[in-house]
Unconditional design. Sequence first.
Length: 467
Amino acid sequence: MDYTRFILSATIAVAFSSASASDPAGGYVMDPLPESWQMTRQCTQTLPTEDDWWKTFNDSTLDALIAKAVANNYDVAAALRRIEMADKIVKEAQSGYFPTLSLSGSWTKGQQSGAVSDPVGRYERSSYFSLGATMNWEIDVFGRVKAAVKSKKAAYQASKSDYDAVMVSLCANIASAYMNLRMCQEELSVALAHIASQDDVVKITEARYEADLGDMLDVTQARIVLYGTQTSLPALRARIKTLINTISILVGEYPGELAQHLSVYERMPDYRQTVSAGVPADLLRRRPDIMTAELQLAQYAANVGISKKDFLPTLSLTGNIGTAAHNAGDLFGNKSLTYSVAPQLSWTLFDGLARNYRTAEAKLQLEAAVDQYNLTVMNAVEEVDNALIQYDATLSSIELQKKVVEQSEKSLNLAVDLYKTGLTPFSNVVDGQMNWLESQNTLVELEGKALATLVTIYQSLGGGWQP
C-alpha cells in the first residue's frame, strides 16, 4: 500500500470535506472559490514562461528589453541553478533503490605475543594479501525509499514553480520600470511645452508693461510661473536617469550601455487593453506561488509517509566476496576464495516514543501547509479582484480628466485673449496656466497608473493573457 497517498488523502478528506468539487488542486481549498471576478471577463491563458503579454503594447523596445533580461538576468540564472540542484537531489534519493558496492585491497603483516598465547613463549607471525568486494542493499519492501523519492520530486517541482515566479516578477519589474520611464519622459515633454507657452506669456506682459498698458506685478507673476515650471526639470531628468539604471540592472547590463537608446523620448504605450482574467479557479493552475504551496503540501504529505515507514522493519542484504593468500601469486587460487551472505531483518520496537513525535510533527507541518495554501489562494483572489477594479476605475478617471484638460486649455486661451485687451486681470491668466499644467500632469499620471495597473494584473494572475 502507498502509505503516503493514504495519509494525504485521509488528512485532506477529514479536514476539508466541504471543499469545492471543481478545485483542481485536489481538495486543498477550504471554501469554494467564487465563480467569477467582480469584473467578469473571459480569456485563454498561457504559462508564464510562454506568454507574450507585453507584446500587446506594440512596443519593440519593451519586447527587446524583456527578451534580453530573460537571457541575462542573474535571478533567472540562479533559479535555473536551483532547478538543477533539486533534480540532482531527486537522483540522489533514487540511488537508494540500488545497492552500494565497494572494493578493498590490503596487505597485512602482524605478530602475536608469545608471552600471552603460548606458555613456552613462542610467538606467531603472519603476512598475507587480500582483495575483496562488499555489497550493501536495503531492499525497499516497505516503500521507505519510494516515499523519500516522492518527497524530493515534490521539492523539484516546487523549484520549477519558483522559476516561473522569478520569470513573472522579472517581466513585471521591467515593464513597470519601463512604463514609469515613459511616463516621466511624457511629464518632461509636457513641462517643456508649458515652459515655451509660459515664456510667450512673459513676453506679452513685458510688452504691455513697456507700452504702459500693464504694471510690473504682471511681469513678475508671469516669471514666477515660468521659473516654477523650470524648477521641475532637474528632478524629472534625474528620475529618468535612475529608471534607466534600474532597467539596465534588470536586463543584466551595467548602467550606461542602454542610456543612449532609452534616453530618446517615446510616447507611453497604449494603456487601453482588453484585459481577460478568466475565472478565479484558473489561479490554482497558474499562479506560481499557489503551485509552490500545493507542491509543498505534497512534500509534507510524503514526509508524513516517511515518518510512518519508521515504524516498519527494514530488510537489508550484505554480501562479501574476496580472496586472501600469504603470497600475492596465490590470490586467485582455488583455495583462496572467501565470501559471506548475510540477509538481515531489523525492527526497532521501542525508541522512547521518538518516532511518534516525529510523525506528530510531520502531521502538524502538513496541517500548517494546508492553512498556508488556503491563505495563499485567498490573497491571490483578492489581488486580482483589486487590480481589475482599480484598472476600470482608472480608465473612467482618464476619460473625465481629458475633459478637464480640454476645458483648462480653453480657459487659459480665453484669459490670455481677455488680458491682451485689458478686460481681465493677469491673475486669471496665472490661474489658467497653473490649472492647465496641473491637469495635464494629472492626466499623464493617470495614464501611467493605468499602465502600472496592467502590470499588477499580469503579476497577480501569474502571467499574461491572450485577448
